[in-house]
Write a protein that binds this ligand. Structure first.
Ligand code: TRP
Ligand code: ZN
Length: 906
């Protein structure tokens, strides 16, 4: 391993660049195996920094020529940097011209300039631009770009880059060109080009201000019939950002291009977003409701980056959450607003919290734990994490909660004022998380956020999920209820001691019959015209006590409503109290949460007591009755019912244990599922028939909720049938699979069959493949389903190994690799954690194999064993051995090296 390869970059070592690059004029002669790049820059010294040499980043480039002010110059190569020492003195700008070539056809990493399906694409975030040309590859260097693309006119009829098309025309030898100018300065990570045979859906829109814009969604010929939803989502995003934040589209033209080879979801390049096809292409026959929802949120996310990320960008990559946390917050709010009614908003909130708790909380408790604003990294690509994204979004949401005021209970107006100030102060700049928090705070003087700002910012600096312990005491003499909240946070790597966080805790109280009680705090001097039924407490010390007055009877507290803070809450309610909340809470989130608590408690009791799920029931009669009541409830949304009836995942249950036997957790959860299937058969049958959606497909919240619940019902009915040795429901599922009018219903029927283990599953799987053999995204589902199906006696790994040999499998395509390998290693704990260690062996082989092709993707797979220290034996030792096997390779990428090094650290 090379010394310099694993050197950590530290936040405190940030210094301003020694040079600025004001303009960049790029000319590309595109050729798959040898693309020529002429890079002409106007460069000047940064007068604020002491004179030093210019060090430009470059990677896998062939350098042909360097010129300064039109003449030759001396230079040297130092590792991956081009060093220029004899540059003009003084503060005047000079011309720097660099000519390089690169080989896009060999670029399997998909960072920089690469070829996918005979078209050219770029991916420059975080540090891919240096793979295209030598540059100051850092986000605080912002330049104006002019880009000329030249390529074969037949093979590459469409030539795109950021901004506006200035001119295009023919060249000799069957080549043609296009010249683009981006009117906005940008950091190089937002540069993009695309060239190839593409077609576009186009839409002209007029914004509120009366400006006209052209929206385009580019795809491969043949995919145009799958672009309507992406375009609708884009139009809705433009309208939403104007309406909610007063932020208009600042370009004449806004383009989205889809590619099937992409490391992540999508990329917000200025005016030229590049997307994974998974987040663009959808029609009712090929995409599920979840796919439609994913497209809406990712299209929104990338579009919202145009302001939060592009107009105001990050000073350095430690500030990544400045743009990502804020933009996730914005896309989550967008999706909630699109869902409409309160109950549908709650469904989206529950789904978001579920991701946070099942993926981010484990990250924050494991070897890769890092603050929302990290202090160091080896490879920045490893820090595009759920902590930066989802926890970062929660930090922004807490700010909104903490600027609420009378008449603006949710804080939306106060937060919008803060955003306005943020843009007034920083538009066009590269800034820090501190700058953002300061703007939100300054726009809301006197708010709890403003009062506690320095302490609040510990959410940016301290890693780990805080625990909040809530203890209530009712005093019948003076009719008061005392709530004591205490906080703590376990150590994380490099952070032994944690200072108290600022934690907003929304609270309501219910009486014994479930009716909301008015909440009034002792010492609350403001006479309220109307009684309040929810209150946001702010916990900022280690322990704090809150006294509620005029409480006529023992209350059941509903705490952390709508999940106002990303914490683990411990509160010792009785089973009866959880059931009261499940049946009556006015807060939908906590209603769902009560059901989850009851299920987790049942599972934990069973696992800790080492009971046998084959011989004893896990779930008690009260829980099953409560679930029955939920399914029969006349007013609850189908989507909400489906969420309540979905048991907490194996991962989530495991996180609550000190030492995990994944096979035991799997067996217990499977037993719980079977109990739900068997004891609620009548209800499932009713659900199945009553939630059929007829008529034209629409992905709206109401009908997708119905499809989700009917799909779950069908799965439950097939499961119960197989257990009873009957075939009526599997037969019906096969028929439903064949008759389905849309992919959601079809796939749900397939999932029901495959999940039940019934022999008809094989037939359905074969038919599914035959029907969709030309639809790559559907074939991904086909692989993914087989790899993530609940394991029965170790049957999944042989299937996965066999699927690796399938002609449609391709390790080089990230979507395909994820659909098979990640589905197995990260989404199927029962199949992956085998007592014979064969799952871990498979994992280590794939990490090593993938690392040679695509380090970014390999490093994500490497994280599948993050939580190995929590495993019981024999898993723990076997997992460690597997990680050591990877770590023993001498030529690992720094991406994978960083992950396995941290995993093995003491
Ligand atoms: N900025 C992108 C987003 O938030 C993330 C992204 C896309 C990315 N492609 C990447 C990050 C490649 C690192 C590497 O949507
Ligand atoms: Zn983003």
């Amino acid at each position: 391993m090379l010394e310099g390869q694993t050197k950590a970059i530290r936040r405190v070592e940030y210094t301003a660049p020694a040079f600025w690059i004001d303009t960049v004029d790029l000319t590309f002669d595109l050729d798959p195996t040898k693309t020529r790049v002429l890079n002409k820059m106007r460069v000047r010294r940064n007068p604020d920094v002491a004179a030093q040499s210019l060090r430009l980043d470059g990677e896998e480039l062939n350098l042909a020529r360097v010129m300064v002010n039109g003449g030759g110059t001396s230079f040297k190569i130092d590792g991956n940097q081009l060093v220029l020492e004899n540059l003009p003195e003084g503060n005047d700008a000079f011309d720097l011209e660099i000519f390089t070539t690169c080989d896009p056809s060999k670029n399997t990493q998909l960072s920089g300039l690469y070829v996918s399906n005979d078209s050219f694409f770029t991916q420059c975030e975080a540090e891919g631009f240096r793979r295209i040309t030598y540059f100051l590859d850092r986000p605080d260097v912002m330049a104006s770009y002019t880009v000329t693309l030249r390529a074969d006119a037949q093979k590459y009829p469409v030539l795109l880059s950021n901004g506006n098309l200035l001119e295009q025309g023919k060249l000799e030898d069957g080549r043609h060109f296009a010249k683009w100018i981006d009117p906005h300065k940008k950091p190089c990570y937002l540069f993009a080009l695309v060239a190839g045979q593409l077609v576009a859906r186009e839409q002209r829109i007029v914004s509120r201000s009366g400006r006209e814009h052209l929206l385009q969604v580019f795809v491969r010929p043949g995919d145009l019939d799958k672009t309507e939803h992406a375009m609708n989502s884009l139009m809705a995003s433009v309208a939403w950002d104007e309406a909610r934040f007063g932020l208009p589209l600042d370009l004449e033209r806004f383009m989205i291009v889809a590619t099937s080879d992409f490391n992540m979801g999508a990329m917000e390049n200025k005016g030229l977003n590049i997307f994974n096809t998974k987040f663009v292409l959808a029609n009712p026959a090929t995409a599920t409701d979840n796919d439609f929802a994913g497209i809406e949120s990712v299209v929104g996310h990338e579009y919202f980056h145009n302001w939060t990320g592009n107009r105001i960008t990050c000073q350095d990559w430690f500030q990544l959450s400045l743009k990502e946390g804020l933009t996730v917050f914005r896309d989550q709010e967008f999706s909630q607003d699109m869902a409409g009614v309160q109950s549908a908003r709650a469904v989206k909130r529950i789904e978001d919290v579920r991701v946070l708790r099942t993926v981010q909380f484990p990250e924050d408790a494991g070897p890769m734990a890092h603050p929302v604003r990290p202090d160091s990294y080896v490879e920045i690509n490893n820090f595009y994490t759920v902590t930066i994204y989802e926890k970062g979004a929660e930090v922004v949401r807490m700010m909104q909660t903490l600027v609420s005021a009378p008449g603006d209970e949710d804080g939306k107006q106060g937060f919008a004022k803060g955003m306005k100030l943020y843009f007034e102060r920083h538009d066009g700049q590269a800034v820090t998380c501190d700058d953002f928090a300061q703007a939100i705070s300054d726009a809301n003087p006197g708010s709890p956020l403003a009062q506690l700002l320095p302490q609040f910012k510990r959410w940016y600096s301290q890693a780990g999920t805080p625990r909040v312990l809530a203890e209530g005491a009712y005093n019948s003499d003076n009719k008061s209820f005392t709530l004591t909240l205490s906080q703590s946070c376990a150590p994380t790597p490099d952070q032994a001691i944690k200072e108290p966080f600022v934690i907003p805790v929304s609270v309501g109280l219910l009486n014994a019959s479930g009716t909301p009680m008015a909440v009034r705090l002792q010492g609350d001097t403001q006479g309220q015209a109307h009684p309040e039924f929810s209150k946001t407490l702010v916990l900022s010390e280690s322990t704090q006590t809150f006294v509620f007055e005029n409480i006529e009877s023992v209350p059941t507290p509903s705490l952390l409503r709508n999940f106002t803070a990303p914490v683990n809450l411990d509160c010792a309610l009785t089973e009866e109290q959880w059931l009261t909340l499940l049946a009556h809470d006015t807060d939908s989130f906590n209603r769902w949460e009560a059901g989850q608590r009851l299920a987790v408690q049942a599972a934990l009791r069973f696992i800790r007591g080492n009971h046998n799920p084959q011989t004893e029931p896990v779930l008690g009669a009260d829980y099953l009755e409560a679930m029955k009541a939920v399914l029969n409830h006349p007013d609850l949304d189908s989507a909400f019912k489906e969420l309540v009836l979905t048991l907490p995942s194996e991962t989530y249950i495991s996180e609550q244990l000190e030492s995990v036997d994944p096979q035991q957790v799997h067996a217990v959860r499977e037993a719980m599922k079977l109990q739900l299937a068997q004891s609620l058969q009548t209800e499932w049958q009713t659900c199945y028939t009553q939630n059929k959606v007829t008529g034209a497909y629409s992905p709206d919240a109401k009908s997708s909720g119905k499809r989700a619940l009917s799909g779950m019902a069908l799965s439950m009915l097939c499961l119960a049938a197989v257990h009873d040795g009957t075939s009526i429901w599997p037969g019906k599922a096969l028929q439903a699979f064949k008759d389905a009018h849309n992919m959601t219903d079809r796939f749900n029927a397939l999932v029901a069959l495959v999940g039940s283990g019934h022999e008809l599953a094989a037939q359905a799987l074969a038919q599914f493949h035959a029907l969709f053999k030309n639809e790559a995204l559907v074939i991904d589902k086909w692989f993914g389903l087989q790899a993530s199906t609940p394991d029965r006696g170790g049957n999944i790994l042989p299937i996965v190994r066999q699927l690796m040999q399938h002609p449609d499998f391709n390790l080089r395509n990230p979507n395909r690799a994820r659909s098979l390998i990640f589905s197995y290693c990260s989404a199927n704990p029962g199949g992956f954690h085998r007592t014979d260690a064969a799952g871990y062996v498979y994992w280590s082989e794939r990490v090593i194999e993938l690392d040679a092709i695509n380090p970014q993707v390999a490093a994500r797979l490497a994280r599948a064993l993050d939580r190995w220290k929590k495993l019981a034996e024999p898993y723990r030792q076997a997992a460690k051995t597997a990680i050591e096997r990877v770590a023993a390779k001498s030529d690992l990428s720094k991406d994978v090296r960083e992950v396995v090094t941290r995993a093995l650290a003491e």
